[in-house]
Design a protein around this ligand. Structure first.
Ligand code: NAP
Length: 305
């Protein structure tokens, strides 16, 4: 079994870092967890709730002497944080990140890292629409996938050690190439978010005509869109700016399908609509069978009283 890290630094103290810290403790992790966030306010909250063992006022202070440093900041600032911590990194340490985009992060981070440090990018495929130091919870990664995306020639032991950490946090792990990761995530995560943002924006325009009706009578489909569209604006701005090629490619395909369905509606082609919806229904069943969602009605939501 891979040796656990004696000291772990989490840079950024939001949903992902907070959940990592809580999951590490749940797993009985005995080493020290240090952390840093940009704002004094977040650092203050993190200290108050004891999110990590030691909250530091700079990223460099948190990363000093750490055996593993995980960058848990928005994709657009990964490079700047890597530059800041590079001079204090311990020889033989591993730097990792949890960014939702990989090629752009590797390009931004790798040039700053000294040669005697391993770089093992990751992407836990788990999240919620909440953000900030109070949003994390220990179960976030349970039975979710964490994609491990090392560059060519990365030390195999360093990769396995990071993968073992994610399994300790409750996740399943799979090693994947950078470009494949970015295309896959454009399909399963980035474009669905863009569609949700768009649909909620369209409904908001409509609301101006029909006052509060869109909110008052919101049906399950729309409510699910609003949940996704409540996701952190900084994070998602950075995702699209940094995964341009793959998201534009998938968006092009999406538009073509949408036009085909639009045409089927206009021409009254019920057979095409039925076949299309039957196929998509079978995909949903596959997700449930794979244990990645619940089959409970309304996604198992507890009804508000
Ligand atoms: P979050 O809850 O908004 O937390 C981001 C944290 O980064 C905050 O503590 C923020 O500090 C800090 N930060 C921002 N800029 C910084 C800087 N220059 N230096 C130091 N700290 C800085 O975000 P999150 O959801 O945990 O996301 C973190 C990363 O995980 C992102 O790269 C995202 O793409 C990835 N990810 C997110 C999800 C998801 O669903 N949320 C899923 C998988 C991966 P302040 O509070 O002081 O601003």
């Amino acid at each position: 079994m891979a040796e656990p890290y004696a000291r772990i630094a989490l840079i950024g103290l939001g949903l992902i870092a907070g959940s990592m810290s809580l999951a590490l403790r749940r797993a009985g992790y005995e080493g020290e967890i240090t952390g840093h966030a940009r704002s004094a306010e977040t650092r203050k909250i993190a200290r108050e709730i004891g999110l990590v063992d030691r909250v530091c006022d700079s990223a460099a202070e948190a990363a000093r002497d750490a055996d593993l440093v995980v960058l848990c900041v928005p994709v657009g600032v990964m490079g700047a944080v890597a530059r800041e911590i590079a001079p204090v990194l311990k020889p033989g340490a591993t730097v990792s990140d949890v960014g939702s985009v990989k090629a752009a992060v590797v390009e931004a981070v790798a040039p700053h890292l000294p040669e005697n440090v391993h770089f093992v990018p990751t992407h836990p495929m788990a999240g919620t629409e909440h953000s900030g130091p109070r949003s994390g919870f220990a179960e976030l990664f349970d039975n979710r996938w964490c994609l491990i995306v090392p560059g060519e020639g990365t030390d195999a032991q360093a990769v396995e050690r990071v993968a073992a950490l994610w399994r300790m946090l409750g996740a399943n792990t799979e090693v994947m190439e950078v470009e494949h990761h970015d295309l896959l995530c454009a399909i399963v995560s980035h474009i669905p978010h863009l569609i949700a943002y768009t649909m909620v924006g369209v409904a908001d325009d409509f609301r101006r005509v029909s006052e509060q009706e869109v909110i008052k009578f919101s049906a399950a489909g729309f409510r699910d869109f609003t949940r996704i569209a409540a996701s952190d604006p900084t994070m998602w701005r950075d995702v699209f700016l940094n995964n341009k090629e793959a998201t534009l490619e998938i968006l092009g395909r999406f538009t073509e399908e949408l036009f085909a369905l639009q045409r089927a509606i206009r021409t009254g082609d019920g057979e095409q609509l039925f076949d299309y919806f039957s196929h998509t229904r079978s995909i949903r069943r596959g997700i449930i069978e794979a244990g990645q969602d619940t089959d409970a009605p309304d996604f198992g939501r507890v009804k508000p009283r």
